[in-house]
Design a protein around this ligand. Sequence first.
Ligand code: HEM
Ligand code: HEM
Length: 135
Amino acid sequence: MTALLPLLHPLLGAIAVCSVFLLGLRGLHSRRKRPDAARARVTHRRFTPLALLLVAVSYLGGIGSVVLLRPELDLAGSVHFLLASGLLATMAFLWLRSPARTGHEPGAARVHVGLGAVAMGTALMVAALGLGLLP
Ligand code: HEM
Ligand code: HEM
């Protein structure tokens, strides 16, 4: 049972990465001139804060996992750690500077979309590099 504990973080992390990617896609979908764009926007607005929360919990869980369960790994010593830190900072920025908070100002919305796409790519890289750390 305890042998499975180091897999908790990778499992939660995988859910976090999927949620960032899928909810990001909803955001991109909401910009297209399609009948279901408004629904995609509502899903994106309502649930992307949850993706941010999952990333934050995964971040703390990853650090906890290294400290408590994987003494052979260097704390904060991996590219996985660096990219995860970048992802957490970017997601927090996207939340603080969402189009709803910036009054839908077109320049700020473009920054939101561009950085959002960067966050989606970073999330995939975090997952790929996490595979290399598995026990
Ligand atoms: C958004 C998602 C994720 C975040 C924010 C995150 C963050 C972190 C952080 C901060 C650490 C500590 C690293 C260090 O101190 O050098 C860590 C460790 C680790 N991460 Fe992730 N990670 C995520 C997703 C994943 C995924 C998807 C996997 C597996 C495919 C994974 C596998 C690991 C492994 C194996 C470790 C070593 C600790 C352990 O064995 O539990 N991570 N992660
Ligand atoms: C994961 C990467 C993300 C991508 C690719 C992304 C993309 C988008 C896109 C394309 C829009 C539509 C902008 C427009 O038409 O002007 C949008 C709107 C929005 N996004 Fe994001 N976003 C991301 C992350 C986030 C995060 C983390 C949050 C908040 C926690 C967030 C909150 C919002 C809000 C509140 C809107 C406005 C919705 C409305 O018009 O009612 N987004 N996003």
